[in-house]
Design a protein around this ligand. Sequence first.
Ligand SMILES: *Cc1c(COP(=O)(O)O)cnc(C)c1O
Length: 356
Amino acid sequence: MLNIRIEKTTNPKPLPAADDPLKFGTIFTDHMFIMNYETGKGWHDARIVPYQPVVLEPSAMVFHYGQEMFEGLKAYKAADGRVLLFRPDMNAKRTNNTNKRLCIPQIPEEDFVDAVKALVKVDAAWIPTKPDTSLYIRPFIIATDPFLGVRPSDTYQFIIILSPVGPYYPEGLDPVKIWIEDDYVRAIRGGIGEAKTGGNYVASMAAQLKAHEEGYSQVLWLDGVERKYIEEVGAMNIFFKINGTVITPMLNGSILPGITRNSVIALCKEWGIPVEERRVSVDELYEAAKNGTMEEVFGTGTAAVISPVSHLRFQDHVLQVQDGGIGELSQKLYDTVSGLQRGQIEDTRGWVVEVK
Ligand SMILES: *Cc1c(COP(=O)(O)O)cnc(C)c1O
């Protein structure tokens, strides 16, 4: 059990008003978790303190070479008052996979989960209760050595902050239009695409702006070598239902292994739906859209759970997915995953963890 010192704020902020839309990532709770690392000493001084600025030297390595990682998960308040997390052990495992790639020290999985639970417990009053709201949890690690040479840092801070968030789609599931990018690339095999790190996001911004200007909300990335095979949507993994089979790009080293992706694959298999994890080319999508076998397209991720896709644009062509509405499987997956997360559906898979 991680030993965490708790220093509560003497100056709590007012909780958001009941009708606050809780725009994603704009409101932060009263407390934060911090733990330090030093080579030779390991992780130490785990503490929960009032939410406050982080003070670093301008020479801190994170500012210059991007040695940082992050995670994203949510806490939910069930109708009976229980506070629930969804598969936090998977976030802990992924943290260590990311850390390995970025030369950041490993964190014991139990310590990661204990830290999340302890902070959520201290700020449990901030978990919103309206339908489809939740408390977003953002763990991250930064390299803090004051040094301008290029090498892994010897000191780090592991920090967790919390943000109450409203429904991703205020009107219920809302199909999005997606831009297939054929010029910029997000990641290549052997790079850092499968690590959850800011570097992948800054690489995506130019294409994101371009897509927005054209009226598309998200970018769908192609492989960085042939620019022919589908990878993912930048903050979501992508699924296609073609002629009764659910198809998603296989994890090839440049795709982020989403926990929602993993859960969706497991559920589809349980429901007897054929699932294929393999390469998917743009040509195959064209063909399926043209011959009417493209039944559903949806993204998966912690923020929106399931994000139905109504249109895909590639170069000068727009592929419409069926009638542009919400597919039957998309809706069922959304209802099931969010029902489990909120304790409305009984968990038989050991996915739901209560914060006590
Ligand atoms: C976090 C993330 C996802 C979604 O992962 P979940 O664990 O399902 O939230 C997908 N792609 C990228 C690039 C991500 O950073």
